[in-house]
Design a protein around this ligand. Structure first.
Ligand code: SAH
Ligand code: SF4
Length: 380
């Protein structure tokens, strides 16, 4: 059960953000046509009802779009010619191709997509054991949260992605090989774009479409407490929380969102988050040398997570030009992990893959914008 009192502070302001939740996306004013990629099954049904079409047509269209990967109405041969012509008039199905694809020596692939308004986002395909693949997708262009260690955070928020822009990253990557799992851990804070993210999840879950079960999708948040609880009450999804500190003093400093939702509130929300019996909340903990990697931090972390069905992902801080922080030593990481394991916790070390192509955690978009600003300087 979700503790409703936790919604009380829903109006608290998110630091660095003056943008409302859903109006900052890139929906196209230039075209009056409806992009069917933006619609859940229910919404598609309503759209088709507006054209006087039967409900079952929605599933039929979903199968064409997502199972067969067809975006051209004229190829949908089991629809009448008149219906196809009407769809042509009223609707469109966006079909993305990456502008560039970079492949790392470890097999990680980074896709860069240019959006209709010229903005760019990135998604990363990460090869996993047994030939499986996880796709890391973006939910915003930039991010308003301003975490001190994160390159995306250095650039601020440009805009929210629409549901279709979130889903299209998956569709485009699927044409390059099967995607088994999705993580919303790319650019942006998914819970700062809650409505569009929930709509995107519903599209990803549709059985007659991409058919991702909720256990195959994980959403990572820096800890927007009211939105976390709202998410839990509306849709099922794996939850990951970027914790990264064990005291308010340190978390306030490296993650400004903590000044709005301090650790005690965040942990209370995690305890209230609805979980199925086999599910766990993943806590991501970036180890930054001399900031949050001491043995006292490890012990405090054990205390903080007491009683939560938790799994800890330990990630060595990935150094980049946007910050002075340093990675910890191997010995420090091992010692930190040992304390967690000895106390009976599930604690996994996560390697940052795709470093050579700037696809590792917190690096997305960074290199592109850096080279762009260099170009701008060159041209000035
Ligand atoms: N905004 C969400 C999801 C995107 S960030 C969130 O913060 O959870 C995805 C992950 O990358 C987060 O766990 C974040 O802590 C991590 N990250 C950001 N910068 C990093 C860096 N320089 N090194 C290692 N991990 C980093
Ligand atoms: Fe945003 Fe996540 Fe980066 Fe923080 S870590 S700035 S919330 S993308």
């Amino acid at each position: 059960m979700v503790d409703e009192s936790l919604f009380a502070d829903v109006k608290k302001k998110i630091p660095g953000s003056s943008m409302p939740d859903t109006k900052t996306d890139g929906r196209q004013p230039m075209s009056q046509k409806t992009d069917l990629r933006e619609l859940t099954l229910e919404q598609l049904r309503a759209f088709l009802a507006g054209l006087g079409k039967e409900g079952f047509r929605a599933k039929q269209l979903m199968r064409w779009m997502y199972c067969r990967g067809v975006s051209d109405f004229s190829c949908m041969t089991d629809l009448s010619k008149e219906f196809r012509a009407e769809l042509e008039q009223r609707a469109t199905i966006s079909n993305w191709h990456p502008e560039t694809v970079e492949t790392s020596i470890d097999g990680t692939r980074k896709y860069l997509f240019r959006l209709a308004d010229g903005e760019t986002i990135e998604s990363v395909r990460i090869p996993m054991e047994g030939g499986r693949a996880t796709l890391c997708i973006s939910t915003q262009v930039g991010c308003a949260m301003g975490c001190r260690f994160c390159l995306t955070g250095c650039f601020g928020l440009t805009r929210n992605l629409t549901p279709g822009e979130i889903v299209n990253q998956v569709c485009a990557a699927q044409t390059d090989g099967k995607v088994n799992n999705i993580v919303m851990m790319g650019m942006g804070e998914p819970l700062h774009n809650l409505e569009n993210v929930i709509t995107a999840l519903r599209i990803l879950y549709a059985e007659e479409g991409l058919d991702f079960g909720p256990r195959r999708v994980t959403l990572s948040t820096s800890g927007l407490v009211p939105q976390m609880l709202e998410l839990g009450s509306r849709v099922r999804v794996g939850l990951a929380v970027s914790l990264n500190a064990t005291t308010d003093e340190v978390r306030d400093r490296i993650m400004p969102i903590n000044q709005t939702y301090p650790l005690a509130e965040l942990m209370r929300a995690c305890r209230a988050f609805p979980l199925q019996s086999r599910d766990r909340i993943t806590f991501e903990y970036i180890l930054i040398r001399g900031v949050n990697d001491s043995l006292r931090d490890a012990k405090r972390l054990v205390g903080l997570l007491h009683g939560i069905q938790a799994k800890v992902n330990l990630i060595a801080y990935n150094e980049h030009y946007g910050s002075e922080f340093k990675s910890p030593t191997e010995r420090d990481i091992e010692a930190f992990q040992r304390i967690l394991l000895h106390s009976g916790m599930v604690a996994v070390r996560r390697a940052s893959k795709g470093r050579d192509i700037s696809a590792a955690c917190g690096q997305l978009k960074g290199r592109l914008d850096k080279s762009r600003s260099r170009e701008e300087q060159d041209h000035s």
